[in-house]
Each structure stands twice: as C-alpha cells, then as structure tokens.
Design a protein around this ligand. Structure first.
Ligand code: AOF
Ligand code: ZN
Length: 396
C-alpha cells in the first residue's frame, strides 16, 4: 500500500480550501471538499452543496465522469457510509472505480465513525487517513465540536477602544473599529451558523445582524437574542426581518441569570416547555404573554433555556455547529463565566471613550486565562488578535 506523499498534502490542502468556501452554508452538514486526481491532474472537484446536499464526493465523481476510474479521491472528511438523505458516498466511490482514497479527518458522526473507511477497504480500495489532519481539524472545528461535545463551537467577538470600552452609555452603536475590521466581521458572520447578542445590545444598537456583503446575503446566520423578559423592541430591525432571516429569542434563565434569580428559575409557569419563571412574569404585570404572542406573530421563535449550556445543547440538537457571540459585555461575561468560549476575536481600535464608556469584560492586557494568542494582525489603525482555547477534544 502506498503511503501519503507531498503530493497528497498538496491536493489535500486544495480540498481543504474548497471546503472552506461553503463554511456557514451547509448546516447541519459539514462543508466537505473533494478532489478526484488522475496522474497528477485534477479531473473532478466539488464542495458540499448549500444546505448540505448533495455531498461533496458524489458531485466530484459526476464532475470527473469516466476519468474517475483508477484515480485518487481526496476528501476532507471520511466518506459517509449511511443511507441518510442521500445514498452512502463510500458506495459511490466504490462504483466509480477509484483506486485510492485519501481522507483528512475521520467522521465522528455515529452513523459513520470509521465505517466509510471499512467499506472502501473491503472493496479493495487503498485508503490513507490523517493527511493534513491539523488543518482539517481547523476547517471542521465547528462540526467536530458539535459531534464530539454536543454543543456548537463558540467564538466571542469583541471590539474594544484603546481604553477598554465597548460602547458609550445611553448611546447606540459607537464606531470603535475601522472599515477593514468591520468587513472582516461580515465574513465571519457569513461563515457562522448562528450569531448571538444580549437584548441590551439589541435594543441600544438596533442591529440587523445579517450579512451585507454583496453576493453573500444568503449566508446570514440565524440570529439569537438573550432576552429573558422579552424586552426586545417589536419595531426593531431584528424583529422586522424575522420572516426573512430566522430570529430566536431566548427567554428563561440562560438569558441573564443572576445568583438571586437562578433559584427562581425552578418555578415554571404552566405554559408547557417554553415558559418563563412565574416570578418574572408576575414582575412584568402579565404582559409577558402578550409580548410573546406579538413576537411569535412576527415570525420570532421564543425558546426557553435555563443555562447557557442548555441553550447550546438545544442549538446543537438543531444542527447549529458554530455560534458567534457579538455582544454586549453581559452576554460575553455569561459565556466566559460558563467556560463556554472556544475562541476570542479581539479588535482593538485607536480611539478612547473615557468615563462614560461601557467597560469591556477584558481588553488586550487582561485576556482571560486559558486562552493563547494564535494570530495577530493590523487592520488599518486596529489591532486584531485571535485567541484560542485548548478544548482538549482534538482527534487522537
Ligand atoms: C460526506 N460528504 O460532503 C458531507 C458528509 O443528512 P445527510 O444524509 O446528508 O448526512 C449528514 C452526515 O453526512 C453528516 O453528519 C456527516 O456525517 C456527513 N457529511 N459526508 O460523505 C459530505 N457533508
Ligand atoms: Zn456522503
């Protein structure tokens, strides 16, 4: 059996680049890249289609046609072995007559989990596994997190002034970063399944949280607002656009649990699953139910979750693999306190805000323990830093 070569790494790198293209577009499926290579020439290539199907391999094989016979297939994820919404890709590879398959990452999906490789080998196909595994772990990090930890991969994005503020009290959006940083955040949104803010930020800034890059609008992530009392303004851009881009409002204790309130969370109103603690409804004079109806009539989904972990579990069970927490300070703290942030993207702008600023949970000098700097860059006058946490769940 032939082992992996430098050429294998080159083609796998190309397959991974292909896979990156559809990140954020294929949920609940991972974005997978596949190349079919014959005598050093790419004869077929594809990435998982939007919404997750068809899978990469079947499209790449169709692209290659007869040229697949005797060729090598490069796939960033183990070909599937299960009859899901499409037949197994392992069968398609076998039927195509490819001689060899090079796999980057084994698929942890319990329906696959090594069976794809067994099927290929049983059919007499050479299989090499783990080529460019580290890079593959990065490209697939959100999908792998959901499969292994049953929660989405969480990225916290913060834009902080040079004196450690994220905004100004009583004001809406304050420009902290420049055009390049802001464009980068748009790309980030496009690659993410869901984006989350607290209701304070939602009501103060009235953001739409959609992707506004020409040609990428369809990649707008699901929007989520932590809003335990359903205070989100009904006339907000978020609510007004809920019929076009899904909006989930998270009531319940996952939205702003204070130690005092946490105990009250156990007492549930008799409203079925999606209920608020009785005490809070009473506090709002009973108009909670009316606000909920209004939101739902506007196409908003109201979801109840008691803890941040519960919220993440619920999101993962819907197939959401990546979550971008965009603010404000309180929402950021909640995720940090729960130990549920995997990556921090910190943008530091040159301006100072001063006394009337809203203090960031941290700045460059006080990044939480357990995160290490992976990458830094200058975007115009801004400093960009990418911190990763070792989640301890990488493939052995
Ligand atoms: C592949 N190639 O391009 C992708 C795969 O719901 P289904 O039937 O589409 O199956 C989803 C599962 O398929 C997903 O959890 C993962 O295991 C695999 N994704 N497999 O062979 C692909 N995207
Ligand atoms: Zn497949």
């Amino acid at each position: 059996m032939s082992g992996p070569t430098r050429e294998d790494e080159r083609f796998m790198a190309a397959a991974l680049r292909l896979a990156r293209r559809n990140l954020g577009l294929t949920s609940t499926n991972p974005s997978v890249g596949c190349l079919i290579v014959m005598d050093g020439t790419i004869v077929g290539r594809a990435v998982t289609a939007s919404s997750g199907r068809p899978h990469a391999e079947t499209q790449a094989l169709a692209d290659a046609g007869d040229k697949a016979r005797g060729a090598t297939a490069y796939v960033t994820l183990e070909p599937c072995s299960h009859h899901g919404r499409t037949p197994p890709c392992a069968d398609a590879l076998i039927a195509s007559g490819v001689a060899r398959v090079v796999v980057c990452i084994l698929d942890p999906d319990e329906r696959v989990a090594g069976r794809g490789v067994v099927m290929l080998r049983d059919a007499g196909i050479d299989v090499d596994i783990g080529v460019l595994r580290d890079e593959g772990e990065q490209v697939l990090e959100a999908y792998l997190m959901r499969q292994r930890m049953k929660r989405p991969h969480v990225t916290l994005k913060l834009a902080v002034s040079s004196d450690g503020m994220i905004g100004r009290k009583g004001e809406g959006q304050v420009r902290i970063t420049g055009a390049v940083s802001r464009a980068q955040v748009q790309v980030l949104r496009a690659e993410t399944d869901a984006i989350l803010v607290g209701v304070g930020t939602a009501n103060a800034d009235d953001p739409e949280l959609t992707v506004r890059l020409p040609g990428l609008e369809e990649r707008s992530p699901i929007r989520i607002v932590l809003d335990r009392r359903l205070d989100l303004a009904v006339g907000s851009k978020l609510v007004s656009s809920a019929r076009n881009v899904p909006l989930i409002v998270v009531a319940g204790d996952a939205a702003y649990p204070s130690p005092r309130e946490r105990g009250e969370g156990a007492r549930r109103a008799d409203e079925g699953q999606n209920s608020l603690p009785l005490s809070l409804q009473a506090g709002r004079g009973g108009d909670y139910a009316a606000r909920r109806k209004t939101l739902e009539a506007a196409g908003v989904e109201v979801l109840n979750a008691d803890t941040v972990q519960d919220l993440l579990t619920a999101l993962a069970s819907r197939g959401i693999s990546s979550l971008l927490v965009e603010g404000g300070a309180r929402a950021a703290r909640q995720f940090l306190d729960a130990g549920l942030v995997d990556r921090i993207l910190l943008y530091t702008g040159p301006a100072t805000i001063g006394e009337e600023g809203i203090r960031s949970p941290f700045d460059r000098a006080t990044v939480p323990a357990g995160f290490s700097l992976e990458r830094a860059a200058r975007y115009g006058d801004d400093i960009f830093e990418d911190y990763e946490r070792d989640t301890g769940c990488s493939q052995a």
